[in-house]
Write a protein that binds this ligand. Structure first.
Ligand SMILES: [Zn+2]
Length: 219
């Protein structure tokens, strides 16, 4: 008799156990449902925000590359190539510039270095043409405005377009000077001084290594 009693008791226990599991599951669902709802309330909007942020970044990026036709673009935000094509500002990391430039170009253009006088490629260049930025190709100076300054660096009395060259106050080396950088990529070009010839009285003293040269007549 004893074994069957035990068996019966076991059967009852299993039923009770099943009931207990079932009710515990129901309880968990009851308690967890609001928790899931809460998680969805916080996680979904934040996903959405991340997505919105991402699409905003994409938009900013594409606006930089090519704005939509009906979009109003600030006149200071774009430039013209020699062929008259629209050029947008160039923003790159130091690593990207390093991959694109030689070590010396990087030193001068991105770290405001200076080439030694009378050593550059263009200080004595007398050919007709356009000098462009060695970093981004923006037209900067016309050979018509180049003159012999005797400094050993290519010198011009005016840029091809005032908006293509940006001026920055430079107080390095214990002097107050005006640094000039490319307005499109902010690459260091040189300095501008007020001891130039007529008609402007300015001397744009530029590193050859910051420049490329496009001879006139070349397509
Ligand atoms: Zn540039």
């Amino acid at each position: 008799m004893a074994p069957s009693k035990t068996k019966k008791k076991k059967k009852v226990d299993t039923g009770f156990l099943l009931f207990k599991i079932k009710s515990s599951l129901e309880m968990r669902i009851k308690f967890l449902s609001p928790l899931f709802a809460l998680v969805f309330m916080f996680v979904l909007p934040s996903c959405n925000q991340a997505q919105q942020k991402h699409s905003q970044q994409e938009k900013a990026k594409s606006a930089l590359e090519a704005p939509e036709l009906n979009e109003v673009v600030d006149a200071d935000q774009f430039f013209l190539s020699l062929q008259g094509d629209t050029l947008y500002p160039v923003v790159q990391t130091a690593e990207q510039w390093k991959a694109q430039l030689t070590d010396f170009e990087f030193r001068v253009l991105r770290e405001a270095g200076t080439e030694r006088a009378f050593t550059g490629e263009f200080w004595d260049n007398k050919k007709k043409g356009i000098y462009t930025c060695g970093g981004c190709g923006l037209p900067l100076f016309d050979s018509e405005t180049k003159y012999r300054s005797g400094s050993g660096w290519p010198s011009y009395f005016q840029p091809i377009n005032k908006k293509n060259v940006k001026e920055i106050r430079d107080v390095s080396l214990g002097m107050v000077r005006t640094e000039v950088v490319c307005a499109r990529c902010e690459g260091h070009l040189g300095h501008v001084f007020e001891d130039g010839p007529k008609p402007t009285g300015l001397r744009y003293c530029i590193n050859s290594v910051s420049l490329d040269f496009e001879p006139k007549g070349k397509k």
